[in-house]
Write a protein that binds this ligand. Structure first.
Ligand code: PLP
Length: 399
């Protein structure tokens, strides 16, 4: 098989790379990398097998190792999108996070986690890893200036999402990376919300990028997958954990994910535009007391966004002027938005974070993080923005 390379003389643009990067033409001429669901691959000789086993040649060996043509093709595409040397694909975003933390920290070492992160990440860092003697210091978005004082010579990883879930705070990747690197810690950024269309954390000093590919990369709410991208040297130990924990993506899902990534740029750019229109509508609505979307940011946040983001994203959240029950009533009146916990699909979703993503968090901790009972999070899909705005208007305007 040969790798497709439509513009060999110069680096292709992001849309072209989403369509073609990593794709190989097989002898049948299939237009994309075929789906190889096979668990194992045969060799012409023991010498050829040893070349792959001992790392002298790239090749296919055993699917749980990730050495499968469909998975390797997807990983080339993922690496290309994040301008990384390499990437690893996983069965979920949590699998990618867990393998990254386990391979780059050990008992007695320390992680720093900034801002609001996905609830599962809170649980992994706050409850699972302490059982292995790996502890995490959590700082809220408002405490980010304390980063230098919580870093120690035991700190191995500084982890954060930007923009964050669900308050859409942004962090300055350049400055945080400078602090982390000064003590020899790695910076790991979860780029799920921004996507490689709107932000490439590795360009700003991050060492590794993580995705829940279940979200925008998959884009249709019909697959679960994860990815880590970065320098090969940092990915090698992660690949060992992935192999031995059996966390690799299934080839069938890898093929589906590569299919989805081919339309990533048009989807995300449309979602950027629609979410900005929805944010502006909500910002002017009398029953809405606050809107969180990067397009509305001011001051330092606006300056960071200008430096490191190319688009504002399809995620936003807003505060309803009412209690938890009144807010739930607004959510329940929505007809175009579906009540669901995920994000990043073609269909618009709504969730009240206290009932889903942040349900498990102690109410005092939620309050400290600005996750109010009246906060509503939207994942803006690919419907017409006018229909989304009309739906929000009827839900908010009802008595
Ligand atoms: N990171 C973010 C920002 C998420 O929203 C999620 C899931 O909602 C995850 C990671 C975990 O990904 P997955 O559900 O694919 O394991």
């Amino acid at each position: 098989m040969t790798e497709a390379n439509p513009t060999p003389e110069r680096r292709a643009g992001l849309s072209t790379r989403c369509v073609h990067a990593g794709d190989v033409r097989d002898p049948q001429g299939a237009i994309h990398t075929p789906l190889y669901g096979h668990s194992t691959f045969a060799f012409d000789s023991t010498a050829d097998l040893l070349d792959v086993v001992e790392g002298r040649a790239e090749g296919n060996l055993y699917t749980r190792y990730g050495l499968n043509p469909t998975i390797r093709s997807l990983e080339h595409k993922l690496a290309d999108l994040e301008d990384a040397q390499a990437a690893l694909a996983f069965g979920s975003g949590m699998a990618a996070e867990a393998a990254t933390f386990l391979s780059h920290t050990k008992t007695g070492e320390h992680i720093v986690c900034l801002g609001d992160v996905y609830g599962g990440t809170f649980e992994l860092l706050g409850e699972n890893l302490p059982q292995l003697g790996i502890d995490t210091t959590f700082l809220t978005a408002g405490e980010v200036d304390q980063v230098p004082s919580v870093l120690t010579d035991r700190t191995r990883i500084v982890f954060f999402e930007t923009p964050t879930n669900p308050t859409l705070d942004v962090f300055d990747i350049v400055t945080i990376s400078q602090h982390a690197h000064a003590v020899g810690a790695l910076v790991v950024v979860d780029n799920t919300f921004a996507t490689p269309v709107n932000q490439n954390p590795l360009h700003h000093g991050a060492d590794l990028v993580i995705h829940s590919a279940t979200k925008y990369l998959g884009g249709h709410s019909d697959l679960t997958a994860g990815a880590v991208a970065g320098p090969a040297e940092l990915l090698t130990p992660i690949a060992t954990w992935r192999k031995n924990l059996g966390q690799v993506i299934a080839p069938e899902i890898a093929s589906l994910l590569a299919r989805s990534i081919r339309t990533l740029v048009v989807r995300v750019r449309a979602q950027n535009v629609a979410a900005t229109a929805v944010a502006e509508f909500l910002n002017d609505h009398p029953r809405v007391t606050g809107v969180n979307h990067p397009s509305l940011a001011t001051g330092d946040q606006a300056a960071i966004i200008k430096t490191q983001m190319r688009g504002h994203g399809g995620m936003l959240s807003f505060l309803v002027d009412g209690d938890a029950a009144a807010t739930a009533a607004v959510v329940d009146r929505l007809r175009v938005f579906s009540i669901a916990a995920s994000l990043g699909g073609a269909e618009s979703l709504v969730t009240q974070p206290i009932t889903t993503t942040h349900h498990g968090l102690d109410p005092a901790e939620r309050a400290r993080r600005g996750i109010a009972d009246s906060l509503v999070r939207l994942s803006v899909g690919l419907e017409d923005a006018e229909d989304l705005i009309a739906d929000l208007a009827q839900a908010l305007n009802a008595a």
